[in-house]
Design a protein around this ligand. Structure first.
Ligand SMILES: *Cc1c(COP(=O)(O)O)cnc(C)c1O
Length: 375
């Protein structure tokens, strides 16, 4: 976990990932299947280790917007189908299908290109995305039935899934999502009456699930909550504390301890020159490894020897720590920005708050930047 040539690391806890999936399943009950949203390098957690950990869990699909990540999942020989979020040009459909992926189509040109790419005698499977009000991507809800009719007439095309996306950040968003969910439900109802329900139908993601909204689709597609991240701007919409952050530890080691005299020109924050003598410890982890700069006024800390010590500065490559009062600190000591030592712990929310950002943005900033291990 810690390489002496560059001691800095992140630890991801896959048991928490599976426990979070268990929590999702308790909330949705047996009627709905679960799709894992693994876009953006699995929200920064490492797409392959995460996909491998979830592959035996009976998920309906893994979804990502990245062709590169999707290909890597296929090459790893995972059994779970990999479905692409919308993001390809019609001219790219053949390549996605040849790679064994299920593309999302949002227009006729994309659907026709997918049908043309069907294997001889077989069918190209696609998901259809509906815009139920977000105004971003998808076939307009009012056009959806006509669109599905057109696709049903295309030989070689099979609609394996129909979905929409209704993310929101606060209480007013919840009311909006509830209304739009009802409108999507009405579409599903009409399709069911006509006996034309695709095998997978999905509308709820982390926001709708955590907020307790319900729907008649047969699947959910979850990202944030699987990783123990809240999708909301604050805790007022719903309590998500039952889901634990999968990013469990961020650490480094002291590589130097300096005793600096008053008046020496050691940099503190934006100013130079220390006001009183102090011991400062340096650990080789900084902005270049994905740490963000603390917001002014926050008092970020790290753990050393089970004690909280103030962080003086986050530089491009280093963390500078105030070791006044930690007389036993030694070169080689672990420095944790996140995680626990003995009875002391720094929680993920605390770290994100020091950075003045969300848990997701903290995880994304660290994505792929530090040697990672999985437990
Ligand atoms: C990312 C994404 C999801 C998952 O959203 P979470 O809020 O992270 O659960 C679902 N559907 C679509 C279309 C997405 O892009």
């Amino acid at each position: 976990m810690s390489c002496p040539a560059h001691p800095a690391w992140a630890v991801y806890d896959l048991d928490r990932l599976r426990a979070n999936l268990g929590e999702v399943r308790r909330r949705i009950g047996p009627r709905q299947a679960c799709i894992a949203a693994l876009k953006a390098n699995a929200y920064g957690h490492g797409v392959l280790p995460v996909a491998r950990a979830l592959d035996g869990e009976g998920l309906a699909a893994f979804m990502t917007g990245s062709f590169d990540e999707a290909r890597r999942m296929k090459e790893a020989g995972l059994r779970t189908p990999v479905v692409m979020f919308a993001g390809a040009l019609p001219a790219g459909m053949a390549e996605l299908i040849a790679a064994g992926l299920t593309p999302t189509v949002v227009d006729r040109a994309g659907a026709e290109a997918a049908a043309d790419a069907a294997p001889p005698g077989g069918a190209a499977h696609v998901y259809v995305k509906v815009d139920a009000g977000l105004g971003r991507l998808g076939v307009a809800l009012e056009e959806a039935e006509k669109f599905l009719d057109a696709l049903a007439r295309m030989p070689g095309l099979r609609v394996a899934g129909l979905y929409t996306h209704l993310p929101f950040a606060d209480g007013s968003g919840r009311d909006w999502a509830e209304r739009r969910l009802k409108a999507f439900d009405a579409l599903l109802e009409r399709l069911a009456q006509a006996g034309r329900t695709p095998p997978i139908t999905q509308a709820r993601a982390s926001c709708c699930l955590a907020a307790g909204l319900s729907d008649r689709a047969n699947a959910v597609c979850i990202g944030h909550l699987l990783f123990g991240l809240s999708p909301f701007a604050d805790g007022s919409v719903a309590d998500t504390s039952a889901y634990r952050p999968v990013l469990a530890e961020v650490g480094s080691r002291l590589v130097h301890i300096g005793d600096h005299r008053q008046g020496s020109d050691f940099a503190i924050g934006n100013s130079y020159g220390i006001r009183h003598g102090r011991r400062a410890g340096v650990a080789p982890i900084g902005v270049s490894h994905g740490l963000l700069r603390p917001v002014s006024g926050s008092r970020p800390q790290a753990l050393i020897r089970g004690r909280r010590v103030p962080i003086i500065a986050v530089t491009l490559e280093h963390l500078v720590l105030d070791l006044d009062g930690v007389d036993d600190a030694a070169v080689g000591d672990a420095v944790l920005l996140l995680g626990s030592q003995g009875d002391a712990a720094i929680e993920f929310d605390e770290l994100a708050a020091w950075f003045g950002t969300s848990g997701l943005d903290t995880a994304m900033a660290l994505s792929g930047r530090l040697p990672s291990s999985y437990r």
